[in-house]
Design a protein around this ligand. Structure first.
Ligand SMILES: Nc1ncnc2c1ncn2[C@@H]1O[C@H](COP(=O)(O)OP(=O)(O)O)[C@@H](O)[C@H]1O
Ligand SMILES: [Mg+2]
Length: 317
């Protein structure tokens, strides 16, 4: 048996969230927040943390700087049961951070990428990555140092017999260059959201995007926010509605969906069961602030995931 169920490569940083700010921010004024939270951020770390709490054995590879926020992130991953021996500490560098300002109607999201940009192919221990049955990478476009080697990395994992999945997340430059398609040649499951699917496929609607992407990847799963998720495998298409909840915060919903979906996929569940569990774990993640807090609460996690959807009372702030 392999050491891990899943190897994860990606970024690692914290989210700093300031709640209860005035509705509008004026330059040069001091604005006071009512509450403040430091929580685990970054797509791949939220994913790794949450799939570990669902019961998968996870090996995580990333890098941090030699600073307290980097240590905080590693501690949170370790508490969830993730093996962090693939995390390199680059002393003298600074771990990235995201500052989130939820204002009355919209959120301001400010990110410093820090060591996300510094992860290189040379930092990866390929034998460590191969010691799992599945390989997942998040945030293709943010990993600028690793990006030129990502297609090769997927190809090597595939050749070593692992199943593979990719969630690119958004392209901040909105260019959707061809190197993503080159990585997709060795990807078994592609997990974009609706907008990302349309952008990459170059189509106006999501159904056409699914048709185009299904030519490139064996299983395409498109996350459709409150509408749930759809998937295509060859000629078979599935659509599963989301779980009814009153979301407190949808940060990390897509990553939590990936965690639920891939946890079931690794257990060889059928595609509809994977979609249903993805939606359930994503809905759970929206019931607390940040992407991991709802799953960290063992009682809340277990009772939410065990309760049939019809009997659920909605989010607990
Ligand atoms: N309002 C909501 N109610 C219930 N589930 C939701 C809601 N918003 C998002 N989700 C769940 O989160 C998943 C991912 O959300 P989405 O916004 O599509 O992805 P991303 O976070 O990657 O942008 C959805 O497929 C769905 O399962
Ligand atoms: Mg996403």
């Amino acid at each position: 048996m392999k050491r891990f169920d899943i190897s994860v490569v990606g970024e690692l940083n914290a989210d700093l969230i300031l709640y209860g700010l005035p509705a509008t921010l004026e330059p040069e004024r001091e604005h006071l927040a009512e509450t403040f939270a430091i929580t685990l951020g970054s797509s791949s770390a939220i994913f790794a943390h949450n799939i570990s709490l669902l019961g998968s054995r996870v090996g995580f590879t990333s890098c941090i700087g030699g600073d307290p926020l980097g240590n905080f992130c590693v501690d949170r991953l370790q508490e969830s049961g993730v093996d962090i021996s693939g995390v390199k500490v680059l002393s003298g560098k600074t771990t990235g951070v995201t500052v989130i300002l939820p204002l009355s109607k919209q959120r301001q999201i400010l990110t410093y990428l820090g060591t996300t940009l510094d992860l290189q192919f040379a930092h990866l221990d390929l034998n460590y990555l191969r010691s799992a049955s599945h390989f997942h990478l998040s945030s293709f476009f943010l990993l600028r140092g690793l990006r030129p080697r990502i297609p090769d990395l997927f190809s090597q994992m595939k050749k070593s017999g692992l199943t593979t999945s990719l969630d690119t997340n958004d392209d901040p430059e909105d260019l959707w260059a061809d190197d993503v398609k080159s990585a997709l040649k060795s990807v078994d499951i592609f997990l974009p959201n609706e907008r990302e699917a349309r952008k990459l496929a170059g189509t106006a609607d999501v159904q056409s995007a699914l048709d185009v992407l299904a030519q490139l990847v064996p299983i395409v799963v498109i996350k459709c926010g409150p509408e749930g998720a759809m998937a295509r495998r060859g000629k078979d298409q599935f659509r599963v509605p989301s779980m009814p909840v009153q979301p407190v915060d949808t940060v990390g919903a897509g990553d939590s969906f990936n965690a639920g979906f891939l946890h079931k996929f690794i257990l060889r569940a059928n595609l509809e069961a994977c979609l249903e569990y993805g939606n359930a774990v994503a809905a759970l993640s929206t019931t607390r602030a940040g992407g991991t807090e709802a799953l960290r609460d063992q009682h809340h996690r277990e009772s939410f995931l065990q309760t049939p959807a019809g009997q659920r009372k909605g989010g607990i702030p």
